[in-house]
Write a protein that binds this ligand. Structure first.
Ligand SMILES: Cc1cc2nc3c(=O)[nH]c(=O)nc-3n(C[C@H](O)[C@H](O)[C@H](O)COP(=O)(O)OP(=O)(O)OC[C@H]3O[C@@H](n4cnc5c(N)ncnc54)[C@H](O)[C@@H]3O)c2cc1C
Length: 297
């Protein structure tokens, strides 16, 4: 494993937006990950999945970036569980569950990303999250310790888990009991059909921009709509006409364009509806003032 310098990140992320990583490594095993973490100790690092939930700043990312490859990509279907590495793709997991007739994974259909990103985000639908299927997940701490986290310890919530932000997920075991094959296939097909119809797959995006604020507030897309931002455009970025919680890259969008749309949406939601929108997407390479404009911690 070696460190690459000034690696363009835009081609590695779903949005196709953002500047370079000052340093990037692609560990292929836990031993290589340990070595990379030892190299970066004290400075912190960032783990990149497929960037399906990430906006990278135009100036790039100063912290070292890790991309998990090699053995982290495995998916093994056992008698009652699926074990997979954190670099395995969520669509590959959904497909494995569908092909082997395992119930409870339909909500991962058409969700791009890796298992590691999915664990960090507790990716899923409004009603279910990936951690509902997790028996345990293993993560490596910045000090190089391998820790096993059980579902109840992670306290999963909507797009959130209580696992320290600097731990790197490396693999997980997911409950996957056999079920009636036709019913499983139908659940997957129905879910995928609805999702692909209602959401945006023909232009680069990172999915839902804002978290749903929860009762008594309406869902985020409705708030965007109510403050008249649906269809708004800044540079190469646009709030999509069909799904107002998606901001798409029409081609050549800069991070500053996306931030402009987010900041104006948030400003209007606060002023008109007294709702403080919080980004669902993660943002790398921004200064605290820029993060504050869009309500990111
Ligand atoms: C068209 C579209 C539809 C989508 N639909 C959904 C949906 O229905 N439900 C949903 O929840 N999301 C959805 N998303 C968002 C996205 O698919 C998920 O958030 C996914 O989990 C992101 O995975 P990723 O590997 O690309 O993570 P990235 O975007 O690369 O990273 C996201 C965060 O996870 C962290 N991370 C990544 N890997 C690891 C690791 N191994 N260990 C620790 N932290 C890690 C990163 O550091 C970052 O903080 C959608 C996105 C798109 C573009």
């Amino acid at each position: 494993m070696r460190w690459e310098r000034d690696v363009p990140l835009a081609p590695l992320v779903r949005y196709r937006i953002g500047g370079p990583a000052a340093r990037l490594a692609r560990p292929r095993s836990i031993a290589e990950l340990d070595a990379a973490l030892r190299d970066t100790s004290g400075r912190g690092c960032r783990v990149l999945g497929t960037g399906a939930n990430l906006l990278i700043g135009d100036g790039g990312v100063a912290e070292p970036v890790l991309v998990l490859e090699g053995e982290f990509g495995t998916v093994r279907v056992g008698a009652t569980a699926i074990e997979a590495g954190a670099g395995a793709r969520l669509p590959a997991l959904a497909q494995a569950a569908r092909r082997h007739g395992r119930a409870g994974f339909h909500f991962l259909e058409a969700v791009p990303g890796t298992l590691g990103g999915g664990l960090r985000m507790n990716a899923g639908s409004r009603d279910e999250g990936l951690w509902d299927r997790v028996e345990w997940a293993e993560a490596v701490t910045p000090e190089g310790e391998l820790v096993r986290v059980r579902r109840e310890e992670a306290q999963p919530a909507y797009r959130h888990v209580r696992v320290p932000a600097d731990w790197v997920f490396v693999r997980a075991r997911l409950d996957a009991k056999p079920a009636e094959a036709d019913a499983v296939r139908e659940a997957h097909l129905n879910f995928r059909e609805r999702k692909v119809r209602d959401q945006v797959y023909d232009l680069p995006s990172v999915g839902s921009t804002w978290k749903n604020p929860g009762p008594p507030h309406p869902p985020a897309w409705k708030i965007v709509d109510e403050v008249e931002m649906r269809g708004a455009r800044v540079g190469g970025a646009r709030i999509h006409e069909r799904h107002a919680n998606f901001i798409v890259n029409l081609g050549g969008a800069r991070a500053a364009d996306v931030i402009g749309l987010m900041a104006e949406t948030r400003r209007r939601a606060l002023a008109r509806l007294r709702v403080a929108l919080e980004p669902e997407i993660h943002l790398w390479g921004f200064d605290p003032a820029q993060l504050a404009r869009v309500g990111a911690a």
